[in-house]
Design a protein around this ligand. Structure first.
Ligand SMILES: [Zn+2]
Length: 135
């Protein structure tokens, strides 16, 4: 089986989802599975590494079931409807289709937010960072 490499995707011009040599490529999925399968030797969780890599690249991407928790935790902030303080993320769960995060204000409320696993998309206005070396 052919493995599409990240450098091939970058060479072709990164887009959220594209086809290379008849292979359908989802950059978020590619980087997530590369970090899981090939880039061992770091103590950092592979999902976190995948999100960091996507952010550093400034590559447009869409979430998948593995990284949506990290993305929601980083970027989706909720204020307590009672005291206006930022609520803490206290766990969550999901499956390949849907993921839920629980937000808590210890004093006042708990709010659950659910998104489909591919429901989080990031588009960078200025495109891929050319100064980022990728192997
Ligand atoms: Zn509150």
């Amino acid at each position: 089986m052919t493995h599409i490499k990240l450098k091939d995707v970058i060479k072709a011009g990164i887009a959220n989802k594209m086809t290379i040599d008849e292979y359908y490529v989802d950059i978020g999925q590619l980087i997530t599975s590369d970090e899981f399968n090939f880039n061992h030797g770091s103590d950092e969780d592979y999902r976190n590494r995948a999100v960091n890599l996507l952010m550093n690249l400034k590559a447009d991407f869409q979430s998948n079931s593995n990284i949506i928790y990290d993305l929601m935790k980083r970027f989706v902030k909720i204020k307590c409807p009672y005291c206006d303080a930022w609520m803490d993320v206290r766990g969550g769960g999901g499956n390949s289709q849907m993921h839920t995060l629980n937000y808590v204000c210890p004093e006042h409320a708990q709010i659950s937010l659910s998104l489909p696993s591919d429901g989080f998309a990031i588009v960078f206005k200025h495109g891929v960072r050319k100064d980022k070396g990728v192997n």
